[in-house]
Design a binder for this molecule. Structure first.
Ligand code: ADP
Length: 273
């Protein structure tokens, strides 16, 4: 990988993503938790690998180094069977590597007991899936509030944060709607509101437009672009070249091997050195 950085010390233990707000600070749904100064990369993989045991064993992710800094917008592309889901599950703390070290916000995730990994996932990662994964008999607001289960914030604040998040995605007028009464694009926007309500360090999007018509897909990608502009760190996994083209960095995966072509700007810089 092209962006290897020296090891850094782990930071203080995780703090709730929805900490006390400064009096004039941004609204919860307007951007990620700014955290402390001098923060480590959001994601740092050092030789992370995943082999499924088989038989025969499948080396779904070969030892990979990857650094994703706060504010990055990264697309992960690759054909079917190349290892995208494997990488997504590892980055999302839904699976554990069979080799290497994964630091999330400087925290060594391999050193954490399961309960702490789940709490870290709930606070620091917002997921957006192709199939939305909304509860059908819960309103848009209730679906968003489900993401706040790990927060000990009072109910009124959870309510306000959910409303803010739904307003941020343009659905402030549909907070009481059931998913069955929403279009595909609106459902995905509820899912995005749920993903961002805790001001996560990372928005992890898995084929976010895969179930949408082209018009709704465009609107959802514009929303994701806007969240990036607000400061969110975004990883989008997609085989769709149009989706990948919007990111600032593209990481390719093929037969479990990650690679990152040097961005044109870096090549130009090297030429002037
Ligand atoms: P993609 O998401 O790009 O389609 P995957 O990450 O799902 O790729 O799969 C990568 C490789 O790992 C494929 O060869 C797939 O068959 C294999 N694989 C995925 N999950 C398992 C599993 N649970 N057990 C064994 N092999 C698996």
């Amino acid at each position: 990988m092209s962006r290897h950085q020296p090891a850094r010390e782990s930071q203080a233990p995780p703090k709730p993503a929805q900490g006390p707000k400064p009096a004039q600070g941004p609204k919860p749904a307007q951007g990620p938790d700014p955290g402390q100064g001098g923060r480590p990369p959001v994601i740092e993989l050092r030789g992370v690998a995943r082999t499924y045991p088989g038989p025969p064993p499948v080396r779904a992710l070969r030892p990979a180094d990857l650094v994703i800094d706060a504010g990055d917008y990264v697309a992960v592309t690759g054909p079917s069977g190349s290892g995208k889901s494997t990488l997504l599950h590892l980055l999302g703390l839904l699976d554990t590597p069979t080799g290497g070290t994964y630091l999330l916000d400087g925290l060594d995730t391999g050193a954490l007991p399961d309960r702490d990994r789940s709490a870290l996932r709930g606070r620091r990662i917002g997921f957006v899936f192709q199939a939305f994964h909304l509860l059908a008999y819960r309103t848009a607001e209730e679906n968003v509030q489900l993401a706040q289960l790990y927060n000990r914030t009072p109910r009124a604040q959870r309510h306000a944060a959910a409303r803010d998040a739904l307003e941020r995605v343009g659905l402030g007028h549909r907070i009481d709607a059931l998913p069955t009464t929403l279009s595909g694009g609106e459902r995905q926007r509820v899912a995005i509101a749920r993903a961002l309500v805790n001001r996560p360090s990372l928005l992890l999007c898995d084929e976010p437009t895969g179930n949408l018509d082209s018009h709704s897909a465009g609107a959802v990608m514009e929303l994701i672009d806007a969240l990036h502009a607000d400061g969110f760190t975004i990883v989008v996994i997609s085989h769709d070249a149009n989706v990948a083209a919007r990111a600032n960095r593209t990481v390719a995966i093929k037969d479990g091997q990650l690679s990152e072509p040097r961005p044109a700007s870096a090549i130009a810089e090297a030429g002037h050195a």
